[in-house]
Ligand binder design. Sequence first.
Ligand code: CP
Length: 348
Amino acid sequence: MVKTDVFKGRDFISELEYTREEIETILEVAFRLKEDYAMRRPHRLLEGKNMFLIFYNRSLRTRNSFEAGFAQLGGHANYLDADKVYTPAIKGMEKAYTTERVADVARVLSRYGDGIAIRIYGKPTGWVYGRGNEYIREFARWASIPVINMEDDMYHPCQALADIMTMKEKLGDLKGKKIVVSWAYSPSVEKPVAVPQSAMAISSFFGMDIVLAHPEGFELDPMVIEKVKENQRKFGGTFEVVHDMKKAFRDADVVYPKCWGVLRHIPPQAPQADWDAIGKLFDANKHWICDEETLKLAKPDVLYMHCLPADRGFEVTDEVIDGPNSVVFDEAENRLHAQKAVMALIMQ
Ligand code: CP
């Protein structure tokens, strides 16, 4: 466990900006808080503190786990719907008396409270990959209080913490365990790539063998993949890309089949989002569904994971998500404990 002072005042924007020891410390605190919550041992670690939750996109788990978690630590969280306030905007995205520059919003909120958390990806960013992350970094640049990423277009680090916490709970030491991060079909094409990228990023700190499975055209950000490989050179584990879900699932310890979007058909790789081309790619791959037959190719006690919400009947069958291998509600629960640990450490 590292000295907890090292967390004080830091932002939590990407898991890749933390060391393995720091991530392990966050998890240790999260497990402790989970046990204390189960034993009804209350904590007032953030008594009298306020934080601001800014959502540009919808949410069930993130909003409620942050609000509940902050209250459980003795603080109060304000929910801000980005469309119902002067929408925080970066230079170039502004509209008179409708938006307010992020630099100004961040400095105002810093006078009122102790932390800002933001979710932004997709439509509010004009579907420009990386712009959501740019927004959050702009908040961090101007805020004098910690900023937390509640999912942007590159990373979903709080989900990643809950995912690795769940894997550790179920499997213990993760070294040499095979995780398959797989694309799965959904009729909704407007999906970010944050969850699969963060799932791979966090797994790369723990020596896991990572298989990335997707049809041609659904490639993830090469920069993130390079960081994953860089971690694996330090901590062990292998990395492989496979274009066949069934082949990828063989002997897996963990499968994480989840729909994501197409980077090659949105800016900056394309001049503008080409929804026709994206739709055609999706339609050609409807057979990428996690069903019982496919799951049987993995180890018998394989963990089926999904960040939720799942597109049932498309990404996964009811039999799998409601079956004995599914740990999706443990993942959802662990959002609460992992985020409480992050907030307690950086907002101490
Ligand atoms: N997994 C997740 O982030 O869920 P929400 O979209 O409901 O917040």
